[in-house]
Design a protein around this ligand. Sequence first.
Ligand SMILES: [Mg+2]
Length: 232
Amino acid sequence: MTTDPLRLVVFDCDGTLVDSQHAIAHCMDHAFAQHGLDCPGLENTRTIIGLSLPEAITKLAAPNRIDNALIEAVTAAYKTAFFTLRQTPDFYEPLFPGVRELLAELDRRQWLSGVATGKARRGLDAVLARNELEGRFVTLQTCDNHPSKPNPAMLMAALDETGVDAPNAVIVGDTSYDIEMGRAAGMIAIGVDWGYHDVETLHASGAHAVISHFDDLPDILDKIWEDDRDAA
Ligand SMILES: [Mg+2]
């Protein structure tokens, strides 16, 4: 009797599981303004969501040529702004459609689920708690102890923690940072079209497929693995 290998699906958070763009852009503008810098605005901020904060802020501030001390100060201002915003009663960061159903289906098919995010663990825990998703993921990788995406360190840690081999693991994300990270880790990389980078960018960065709804994911994964088995 043969046993099916362990399989793991790792999700990005912002732009993939939750729609956090407005909260992030609001706090980014606040942090930049507090330090006398031009506010980047929603359109620019959308392009950097997924990176860790210092990398994101460096990219957004590039025209201003800010130094490391100012990057640290803006990072701290952003964290304070987000922490404060999260405490307000009308704070809203909705789950994208189909998340709960998908996680149940992955459980049913005996696939493990995890998260890899440029958020800090404190922020990720808050998202999971607000949406009653605590305990639904077997591995949680955050920027606290890893370099920013697209460095594959977060995914290597997820594989290590779960004992899954890279070819049996998938990253699902909305940006080129996720796709490049997944490819660098030797995993299957699936883009989602409801997030913050456009579909062309996801394909150009090496996505094996781009989905338009979480309902489509289980069958796409089954097909990829069947094709793999046929090719072996
Ligand atoms: Mg994202």
